[in-house]
Design a protein around this ligand. Structure first.
Ligand code: ZN
Length: 143
């Protein structure tokens, strides 16, 4: 399993920026995605079929089947999933590992998490190098 590390900027929801960190991602191969999506779909079919003969509850079975099918499709097209993240919190200036799900979350910026030390909400985003090149000021926190 080859992990890819991407440098990110860390911004806290109490207004501080300028923290740096890394997100660790994994690009699951198509076979692995097909297998996981297929497993989710089959669980949906199995539970949906079991609940089908039960009056009223069968509606929940149909909803479960549809939800599992939706998850399966998402899993199939999740070409980049988050494995972990860590960095320096811009609010309390401590290094830490950030919780980003249990290893199956699809990568989408900004990655939302929170600081394990001060509990402030954090957003991990790709560095705004394009903004800086155009003369923009990097966010360094409120005055
Ligand atoms: Zn913190």
């Amino acid at each position: 399993m080859e992990l890819i590390r991407i440098p990110v900027e860390v911004h806290s929801q109490d207004g501080y920026g300028g923290g740096t960190g890394l997100v660790v991602i994994f690009e699951p191969p198509l076979g692995r995605r097909l297998w996981k999506a297929g497993a989710l779909f089959l669980v949906g079919v199995a539970v949906g079929t079991l609940l089908l003969p039960v009056p009223l509850i069968h509606l929940a079975g149909v909803m479960f089947f549809l939800a599992m099918s939706w998850l399966a499709v998402r899993r199939l097209f999740a070409t980049r999933v988050l494995k972990g993240a860590h960095g320096r919190c811009p609010s309390c200036h401590q290094d830490g590992d950030y919780f980003v799900g249990f290893g199956g979350r699809r990568l989408a910026y900004p990655v939302k998490s929170s600081c394990p030390h001060c509990r402030v909400g954090l957003e991990l985003a790709l560095p705004a190098t394009a903004d800086a090149a155009l003369g923009g000021q990097p966010r360094t926190g409120r005055a």
